[in-house]
Design a protein around this ligand. Structure first.
Ligand code: ADP
Ligand code: MG
Length: 258
């Protein structure tokens, strides 16, 4: 990914891009803004968000409904375009990328977990995951092997042939997480992943995020639920489209102190 030295010898922008690609962050947003033009007044959903997620870090973004959490994730996933500001994913800038460039970046680096699962309901659990691996570029046989591995890892080995509809809420979200991991993402994004679950299902899914983080997976999760945020290493608070605070979670402090 790094540039040949001869090409970066001149120009501040070239030097800057080399510095950025050498940074340890898996995600960096710089003065990120998103304004939705609607009938009435424009909605300023994000008003200059500077956020970095380091390799292996688990960050929860918290804030009340409507503060811009989903907008932030959608921008980071390249699903929507920012109005202003910059996004770097695995050191690569989104600037100047068209739809297919963004899709390529997403396939390589991002796994997305939705509140309402977004599973293919008439397709087996195994196929839901294998399709995602195939879309990420794995040949058919490898895609299926990867899907089996993930179902094992996520505690669903006996559900491979089942349709998502017969699974519990927690199992459905675990399946959706397996699908999000199919491309071995640099960054796992999750939008209110426990929001549609009962408390047992929510705990099941949180435990899984903790395990994935312990295994080195970088995670950026958004939620309005304090209990969910407590699973993270760092909690960033957003209000009205701006970051208003960032704290290390008590559990992470305990871990550092031993
Ligand atoms: P959260 O996920 O924190 O609940 P969102 O990011 O969904 O918040 O929304 C932030 C603000 O942007 C809200 O005021 C919402 O109504 C507005 N918004 C989100 N998406 C759109 C859109 N496609 N068009 C217009 N306004 C939108
Ligand atoms: Mg939302």
């Amino acid at each position: 990914m790094c540039c040949p030295v001869g090409l970066v010898a001149v120009g501040a922008a070239a030097v800057q891009s080399r510095v950025v690609s050498a940074a340890p962050e898996v995600l960096k947003t710089v003065r990120l803004r998103k304004t939705f033009e609607s009938v009435g007044a424009p909605v300023r959903a994000l008003r200059g968000v500077d956020l970095a997620v380091d390799a292996g870090e688990f960050v929860a973004v918290m804030g009340p409904s409507g503060c811009g959490k989903s907008t932030l994730l959608n921008l980071v996933a390249g699903l929507e375009a920012p109005s202003d500001g910059e996004i770097f994913l695995a050191g690569e800038s989104f600037a100047g990328k068209d739809e297919s460039g963004l899709a390529h970046l997403r396939r390589r680096h991002v796994g997305f977990v939705f509140q309402f699962f977004n599973l293919l309901e008439d397709t087996s659990a195994l196929e839901n995951v294998a399709l995602a691996a195939a879309i990420a570029g794995a040949p058919r046989r490898r895609a299926e092997l990867r899907a089996r591995e993930l179902l094992d890892l996520l505690g669903l080995p006996d559900k491979a042939a089942e349709l998502p509809g017969v699974l519990s809420g927690g199992q459905r979200q675990r399946l959706a997480i397996a699908r999000a991991l199919a491309n071995e993402p640099t960054l796992l994004l999750a939008d209110e992943p426990t929001g549609a679950l009962d408390s047992a299902g929510g705990l099941e899914v949180l435990e899984l995020f903790r395990r994935l983080h312990a295994g080195g997976q970088a995670i950026l999760l958004v939620t309005h639920d304090e209990r969910v945020a407590d699973a993270a290493e760092r909690v960033v608070r957003i209000q009205d489209g701006r970051i208003v605070g960032s704290t290390i979670a008590p559990s992470a402090v305990r871990a550092v102190r031993g």
